[in-house]
Design a protein around this ligand. Sequence first.
Ligand SMILES: Cc1ncc(COP(=O)(O)O)c(C=O)c1O
Length: 492
Amino acid sequence: MSDAQLTARSLELLLGTWRTSAASYAALADRIRLLVLDGRVPIGTRLPAERDLAGRLQLSRTTVAAAYRQLREGGFVDSVRGSGSVTRLPGRTLPLPATGGEGMLDFTKASLPAASPLAAAARAAAEELPRFLPDPGYDPVGLPHLRAEIAERYTRRGLPTDPGQILVTVGAQQAIALIARTFLQRGDRVVIEVPTYPHAIEAMRLAGARLVPITVTAPEEGPHRLGEETDGWDAEGIEQTFRRANPALAYLIPDFHNPTGASMSPETRRRVLAAAAGHGTIVVADETTAELDIDRVGEYLPLPSYADPATPAAPIVMIGSASKTLWGGLRIGWIRAERSHIQRLIAAKPATDLGTPVIEQLVVAQLLPQLAEIAEERREQLRLGRAEVHRLVAETFPEWTVPPQHGGLTAWVGIGAPVSSALALAARSHGLLIAAGPRFGLDGAFERFLRIPITYTPEEYDRAFTALSRAWAVAASEPAPYFDQGALPSVV
Ligand SMILES: Cc1ncc(COP(=O)(O)O)c(C=O)c1O
């Protein structure tokens, strides 16, 4: 539940292109319903007053009142005396988030099954466990040998690191939320890529951040070579944004960005770090997807390697995760930062979490030395998934565009018409959960994009594209959104 209030202007931004051939009140109600179902307007949010929204959208107050009435009748809004119209979902209890169970195919998860040596590593970890059982088991910073192994991996990649610079977390998600909560004050500006990983947006907002977007586009056609200018980021725009916003923090995904698959060129990395250094901005580099390289050309060093040694560097906090290389079910991630930052993070952590599970850490410590072979296995799985997505899009939706990509977990597909939300909602009725483009943005943008994971099997893609083509027939002809009563699951 949320106690947020939406201004008329914020709602207008979220609405995007909402007018259809339907009557205005019905189209408006449909679009607000979609925003609620899609999680973009949280349950419990107070909608703008009818008069304000009518003024903003240049509608009559009667039209807005009729839209709110329709939402109320459908169970999407409660009108509470003195509190206005508050969003809710129909039914007496909130539905649990929809999951991939019960015959549904869940493409909201861009994630691979467990790496093949995982079960053997779990058995080996169980053998090791007795050594740890005499301890209380509350491990707030991470097992020493795991931290040493993670530190050693950074050192081998060219970034000398000691174990005191590593904090093990419950997945990268906890790392993002902890960093936000520890380093941000309410009202601080945070630079964030759009589109981006949606739960980072939520974590920053929860910490009270004011988000300042920078745009990332999917890579251009052609071999994406080291140092290439057109990497998807607008370095000049980023410099201007830093000058204008003076941000406290920037959250970036420099390698195989989720959802576009783009990777920052070394030149962009240098310019981002120089801009951040000029403003004392903490740069958070989320490397959850960084090791999922299919066929990128060149050697990419960890972000701090691109700082200008002649000027005082921006503080850089790196996030890593075992979720995409080893298995999401382990829930192990980590933070690499200067010791003083790690100390602050450790001090802040117990408010929400008393330690990372020991057995899972043992499993990860077993598997990290095998990461090179596991990366090879991942490369083949992703290569296959990428080929399937390209083939099926070309066959099923020749008007859609799939950008070239050289790694990561997702294809950021251009669908040509602003109907991504309607498509995703219609796809549910055909057994496919998939995240619509606007899930990855801030303000209702990206209706012309659909994120398709490249992590599934040919059989699953056959089913998914059958569902998509049925849903497309509805969404493309009738952009007014479909809806059902399931809340949206997490999007990874
Ligand atoms: C960029 C990015 N960061 C963080 C996460 C969350 O990772 P974890 O499962 O380790 O919490 C994801 C998951 O998809 C991601 O794509």
